[in-house]
Design a binder for this molecule. Structure first.
Ligand SMILES: [Zn+2]
Length: 495
């Protein structure tokens, strides 16, 4: 008797079953016990036989071929579900075996004769049962994922910046929290940097929301030697993905959609998150396609007559050629682009530089984030005081105190900064008050960030010239200007 044996392992870790190695050993033992010849062994590792499986099972196909060619007299498998769960395939193989004269199946040590109607019934029953098992497992796995998503529990890989805490004994997930473990890395130039995963995420958001280009963030992370989430170098795509992941404001995402609140805390404020998303989605920040230059005010300034957008175009007439902004839909109003660009920037920068604006935005009265950040800074200050006392009394070694206090002071500074800036829209941080003029100049041709700043602070509408051939210089009379916040937001232009 020539025996063909087949072993298969499922990729489903939750499924109980013997490994392919164990199945192989058991099958060989059976073959030897019966005094058969081992005519061929076929093993599929990490394959699922269920009809929902997506991978090809190559060795299984070879087994079928061997059966078809009449290379065996008995088929040896450890259990039905290990061979083939799909009922239709089972029937096909059974009939094929019968046809070629392979009448014996040894399943889990029990010999079946395909010519015997009772044996056929028992095998058929096992196949039905195996299919039912496969379907149930699949249902349970799916229900588990959907259930976890609906309950706001995390599943899958841990989002970078967080860590999961499991119950020591039951291993059940207790919570997901910011990963604030202090890590150390050495850059190529020997500089040592201390960082936390949560800190890296916050820094990415602060920079992106402040308009720092992704390439600059990529370069600075790689220069510091901090490994990417996958442990390799940072790429713009990774940073972009992080800066647009709603998990960082505590939202549960399932199959690309926000399905509700997660059970974990946010790592960044919603304001910073949405500012990042807005900046990354601004078409002016994506690659400039040929023939479609990005202009400072197109689609930001609106037409004062019809309310439609103003777009930029090149014109050439009456011996003059250059760029103009004009009402896109009906041409109600138009202006030389350099006039509008220059005027709007001058007014915006002057406004950003005003001490009242800085004061007004910095006060952030009643802001929950502000009070939280202040409270956190206070708590850390108290901790620091405690450590000082312990260090003085010798309960904490001086060297440890230096290390601890450094860390605490840095955290306090962070919280203080957050408290001071929480009332300021992310894109304006570090760009208002006394820093306004320099900061604007430093932006250079970062048109996307300038656009975001202008869009954040003002609603601007372009009015038509009073009459044809109006020679009065371009100025406030050609614009309807509303500040979105700040002192005297009803106040019109300052220029
Ligand atoms: Zn118009």
């Amino acid at each position: 008797m020539r025996a063909l044996r087949y072993q298969r392992a499922s990729q489903d870790k939750k499924e109980q079953g013997k490994s392919v190695h164990d199945q192989g050993k058991l099958n060989v033992k059976e073959i030897n016990a019966h005094g058969w010849t081992d005519a061929g062994s076929f093993t599929d590792n990490d394959r699922s036989a269920s009809r929902h499986a997506t991978k090809e099972r190559e060795k299984f196909e070879l087994l079928i071929e061997a059966i078809r060619k009449g290379k065996g007299d008995v088929l040896v498998i450890w259990e039905m579900s290990r061979k083939e769960r799909d009922l239709a395939v089972y029937v096909q193989i059974r009939d094929m075996c019968h046809e070629v004269g392979l009448f014996f199946w040894l399943v889990g040590g029990v010999l079946f004769d395909l010519r015997d109607k009772n044996d056929r019934m028992m095998l058929g029953f096992q196949a039905v049962q195996a299919e039912w098992m496969a379907d149930s497992i699949r249902d349970n796995v799916l229900r588990g994922i959907v259930g976890a998503a609906e309950a706001g529990r995390p599943h899958g890989t841990v989002t970078y910046g967080y860590r999961r805490i499991y119950h020591q004994r039951t291993k059940a997930l207790e919570r997901q929290e910011p990963d604030i473990e202090i890590r150390q890395t050495t850059a190529e130039d020997g500089t040592v940097t201390e960082y936390t995963h949560a800190g890296v995420v916050r820094e990415i958001f602060e920079k992106v929301s402040g308009g720092t280009p992704l390439i600059t963030i990529e370069q600075s992370l790689n220069a510091s030697g901090i490994p990417s989430p996958r442990g390799a170098r940072w790429l713009r795509g990774i940073i972009r993905k992080i800066a647009m992941n709603p998990a960082y404001i505590g939202k549960r995402v399932f199959r690309g959609e926000v399905v509700g609140d997660g059970i974990w805390p946010a790592l960044v404020d919603e304001e910073v998150f949405w500012a990042s998303v807005r900046l990354l989605e601004d078409p002016s920040r994506t690659t400039t396609r040929a023939g479609r230059a990005v202009h400072l005010l197109s689609y930001i300034v609106l037409c004062g007559v019809c309310g439609g957008p103003i777009s930029s175009s090149n014109v050439s007439r009456h011996g003059w050629s250059g760029r103009v902004y004009s009402c896109l839909k009906k041409r109600c109003a138009a202006v030389k682009a350099e006039f509008l660009d220059e005027y709007v920037q001058r007014v915006v920068v002057a406004w950003l530089a005003r001490p009242e604006v800085f004061e007004d935005l910095s006060s952030g009265v009643g802001d929950e984030q502000v009070s939280h950040a202040r409270a956190e800074a206070e708590r850390l200050r108290a901790d620091l005081e405690d450590y000082k006392k312990l260090a003085e009394s010798g309960e904490v070694k001086a060297i440890d105190f230096v290390r601890i206090s450094k860390g605490l002071e840095r955290q306090i500074a962070e919280h203080d900064a957050r408290a001071a800036e929480a009332g300021i829209p992310p894109v304006l941080r570090g760009r208002i008050g006394p820093q306004a003029v320099t900061a604007w100049a430093e932006l250079g041709d970062e048109v996307g960030v300038k656009r975001e700043i202008i869009r954040t602070v003002a609603d601007i509408k372009l009015l038509p010239a009073r009459h044809k051939g109006d020679r009065s210089p371009f100025g406030a009379h050609r614009l309807e200007w509303t500040w979105k916040f700040g002192p005297e937001s009803e106040d019109s232009t300052a220029g």
